[in-house]
Design a protein around this ligand. Structure first.
Ligand SMILES: NC(=O)c1ccc[n+]([C@@H]2O[C@H](COP(=O)([O-])OP(=O)(O)OC[C@H]3O[C@@H](n4cnc5c(N)ncnc54)[C@H](OP(=O)(O)O)[C@@H]3O)[C@@H](O)[C@H]2O)c1
Length: 282
C-alpha cells in the first residue's frame, strides 16, 4: 500500500469497532480496483459522536460506515438522508460531499441483492420473518419494497413486533404474531420464504425458535447470521430439501452498496466475499 498526499480516507465509526469486518472488506475492494484510498477503524464513544462527526467532516474523510451503537443517533448530525435510512431510522453508510453529509442504509438493498444472486425473486411471495429488531426493519422494508404478497412477523417481545408492524404497515401487507409454537405451526402452512433476523442461532446453546422439523419441504430459508455459516435453522431446512441462504451475502452486499455510493464504481463483490470468507471461516 502506498499512501500519498492524494490518498482519500474512508473509515468506520463504532464502539467497540475492533470486531468489524468492514476494514478488511473495503480495503480489499479499494485495492482490487486500484483506487488510491485507505479505510480505517475509528473507535468513537457515544458521548463523542457529535465531535467525531464534526472531526471527520473537518478532516475531509470522504465516507464512513456506522455501526453499533451509533446507527440511530448519528441521524441528527447529518444533512440529508436516503429514503431507506429515513424509513428504517438507522444509518450504516455516510457520504461526505464538500462538507455535506448524507446518510444511507445499505442493509435493505444488501439483503435483496443477496437473495437475487441466489436466484430468489420475492415478488408476490408469502414471507414469514422472525425478529423485530434493527436488522428486521431493513429486511422487512426491503421485502415489502420488492412487492411480497404479505409479510408475517413473529417476535418474542410482542410490543416490539407491534412497533415494527406500525412502521412497515404503510409499505404493504404486514401481520404480526407472538412467538408461540402453535401460532408458528399455523403460519408455516402458508409460506414461500422463511427469514430469521433474530440473533437466535449465533450460539450452539441457543434454543430453537420453533420446531424445525415443521419447516415445509422445498421453501426458501434465509438466516442473516453469517457466523456460524450454517445455523441449526439452516441445517434443518437443508435436510428438508429447502434452498438455504446465510447472512454472508447480505454482509458482502451491504458493503458493496456502500462502496458504490462512495466511489461510483461497480464493487468487486467476489473479492470482497473471498476476504470475508477467509477471515471468518479460515
Ligand atoms: N448479515 C448481515 O449483514 C447482518 C446485518 C445485521 C444484523 N445481522 C444479524 O442479525 C441479528 C439481529 O441483529 P439486530 O441488530 O436486529 O439485533 P437486535 O436489534 O438486538 O434484535 C434482536 C432480535 O433477536 C430476538 N431475540 C434475541 N434472543 C432471542 C431469543 N432467545 N428468542 C427469541 N428471539 C430472540 C429479539 O427479540 P425480542 O425483541 O423479543 O428481544 C429481536 O427480535 C444478529 O445475529 C446480527 O448478527 C446480520
Amino acid at each position: 500500500m502506498r499512501i500519498t498526499g492524494k490518498t482519500a480516507v474512508y473509515g468506520i465509526i463504532g464502539y467497540p469497532v475492533k470486531h468489524s469486518l468492514s476494514p478488511i472488506m473495503q480495503t480489499a475492494a479499494f485495492e482490487e480496483l486500484g483506487i488510491d484510498a485507505v479505510y480505517v477503524p475509528f473507535e468513537v464513544k457515544p458521548e463523542n459522536l457529535k465531535s467525531a462527526v464534526e472531526g471527520l467532516k473537518a478532516l475531509n474523510v470522504k465516507g464512513f460506515n456506522v455501526t453499533v451503537p451509533h446507527k440511530e443517533k448519528i441521524i441528527e448530525n447529518l444533512d440529508f438522508l436516503s429514503d431507506e435510512a429515513e424509513v428504517i431510522g438507522a444509518v450504516n453508510t455516510v457520504k461526505n460531499e464538500e462538507g455535506k453529509l448524507t446518510g444511507y442504509n445499505t442493509d435493505a438493498e444488501g439483503f435483496i441483492r443477496s437473495l437475487k444472486e441466489e436466484g430468489v425473486d420475492v415478488k408476490g411471495k408469502r414471507i414469514l420473518m422472525f425478529g423485530a429488531g434493527g436488522a428486521a426493519k431493513a429486511v422487512g422494508y426491503s421485502l415489502l419494497r420488492e412487492g411480497v404478497k404479505f409479510l408475517n412477523v413473529v417476535n418474542r417481545n410482542f410490543s416490539r413486533a407491534k412497533q415494527l408492524g406500525d412502521l412497515l404497515g404503510k409499505f404493504g401487507n404486514v401481520l404480526i404474531y407472538p412467538l408461540k409454537e402453535g401460532t408458528v405451526e399455523i403460519l408455516l402452512k402458508d409460506v414461500d420464504l422463511i427469514v430469521n433476523t433474530t440473533s437466535v442461532g449465533l450460539k450452539d446453546t441457543d434454543p430453537h425458535l420453533f420446531d424445525y422439523s415443521k419447516i415445509p419441504e422445498g421453501v426458501v430459508v434465509v438466516d442473516i447470521i453469517y457466523n456460524p455459516p450454517e445455523t441449526p435453522l439452516l441445517k434443518a431446512a437443508k435436510e428438508r430439501n429447502c434452498k438455504v441462504i446465510n447472512g454472508l451475502g447480505m454482509l458482502v452486499h451491504q458493503g458493496a452498496v456502500a462502496f458504490e455510493i462512495w466511489t461510483g464504481e461497480k464493487s468487486p463483490v467476489e473479492k470482497m466475499r473471498k476476504v470475508l470468507e477467509e477471515e471468518l471461516y479460515g
